[in-house]
Design a protein around this ligand. Structure first.
Ligand SMILES: NC(=O)C1=CN([C@@H]2O[C@H](COP(=O)(O)OP(=O)(O)OC[C@H]3O[C@@H](n4cnc5c(N)ncnc54)[C@H](OP(=O)(O)O)[C@@H]3O)[C@@H](O)[C@H]2O)C=CC1
Ligand SMILES: Nc1nc(=O)c2c([nH]1)NC[C@@H]1CN(c3ccc(C(=O)N[C@@H](CCC(=O)O)C(=O)O)cc3)C=[N+]21
Ligand SMILES: [Mg+2]
Length: 298
């Protein structure tokens, strides 16, 4: 038996089409498009590609997207001043600071400085707290995208055993909150979990967000489970040689070829969760823009 492939690229296109309609309506009604500002500190090539893709994806649905690239040696104070400016600019609905940040900048100080109503990543402690207390506002994009993929899979979450491997504030924890809100019985596993394989084998729904290439093996997957692989790991197939760059390949945290023989449905990497993250970022920008206008009009 081979699992159904959960095509995140295709579903992301559907989401973007929905967002495009909403953006057009917002722009017509309010005389300006929703605005998204993406800040990248430093010149990490992978981050440059990701942030440029976010800006491009925003423009493609009619959002006013703008990418700011700040030098790698930018001070924390300088970044906080830039955030203050964007926080107070009424044409800006969404602010995203690309992670990770250089060492001289404390990540939590920066995330705390973004106005919660413009926090389209959903990383601000106010938004994390709202989600945890059952009043979700801006919800992190990767978990939102993963929930839509579970919906595409037709996964029944009520009463199901869900296991989330990874407990980061940006993926694992909010993912567990969303599954809990959908009435799954949720287990959060992490680097100190004993017998991770056995914990995973209990899962009707298995979400893996660790950052270790092919950690989850096929025999960790319960037959018929739905598997969401959030991991993105670039592995080297052949080293750089004779001026040719190294040959690399993107793989997930799940050994896909093994897991697909046991799962009922599974996300590929690439083409699974990644494109959904971007699509949900665009939707969050529209959600933020609408909420800000509604709050202003009392
Ligand atoms: N597709 C997308 O849109 C996105 C993909 N990603 C990818 O998802 C992955 C996770 O990202 P992120 O949450 O930021 O990562 P973090 O590094 O912040 O968190 C990793 C988590 O995995 C746990 N962990 C580490 N090693 C093991 C292990 N051997 N067994 C079990 N658990 C382990 C850690 O446990 P502990 O807490 O105990 O240290 C931690 O909770 C990465 O590959 C990242 O690139 C991330 C964001 C978006
Ligand atoms: N403030 C902040 N918010 C983020 O959401 C955020 C971040 N920082 N830092 C980095 C991670 C990672 N992340 C990805 C999003 C989409 C793809 C994506 O579209 N991936 C494609 C392929 C990409 C490729 O081929 O390299 C795919 O999976 O098909 C990947 C990774 C968002 N992140
Ligand atoms: Mg991290």
């Amino acid at each position: 038996m081979s699992a159904t492939l959960l095509d995140g690229k295709k579903l992301a296109e559907t989401v973007r089409n929905e967002v495009r309609v909403g953006v057009a309506e917002f722009t017509k009604t309010h005389g300006r498009p929703p605005g998204l500002e993406v800040i990248l500190v430093g010149e990490d090539p992978a981050s440059q590609i990701y942030t440029r893709n976010k800006e491009k994806a925003a423009k493609e649905v009619g959002i006013r997207g703008k990418l700011h690239v700040l030098p790698a040696d930018t001070s924390e104070d300088a970044l906080l001043r830039e955030l203050d400016r964007l926080n107070n600019d009424d044409t800006v609905d969404g602010i995203l600071v690309q992670l990770p940040l250089p060492k001289q900048i404390r990540e939590q100080r920066v995330l705390d400085a973004i106005r919660p109503d413009k926090d389209v990543d959903g990383f601000h402690p106010v938004n994390a707290g709202m989600l945890a207390s059952g009043r979700p506002s801006l919800v992190p994009c990767t978990p939102r995208g993963s929930m839509r993929l579970l919906d595409l899979a037709g996964a029944r979450l009520e009463g199901a055993r869900a296991v989330v491997v990874g407990r980061s504030n940006i993926v694992g924890k909010p993912m567990a909150q969303l599954l809990l809100a959908a009435n799954a019985t949720v287990t959060m596993a992490h680097s100190r979990t004993k017998d991770l394989a056995a914990v995973c084998r209990e899962a009707d729904v298995l979400v893996v967000a660790v950052g270790k290439a092919e950690l989850v093996r096929g025999d960790w997957v319960k037959p018929g489970a739905v598997v969401i692989d959030v991991g993105m790991n670039r592995i080297e197939l052949a080293p750089a040689k004779d001026g040719e760059p190294a040959k690399t390949k993107l793989v997930g945290d799940v050994a896909f070829d093994e897991a697909k023989e046991r799962a009922s449905a599974i996300t590929p990497v690439p083409g699974g969760v990644g494109p959904m993250t971007i699509a949900c970022l665009l939707d969050n920008t529209l959600v933020a823009a609408r909420a800000r206008v509604a709050a202003k009009n009392g």
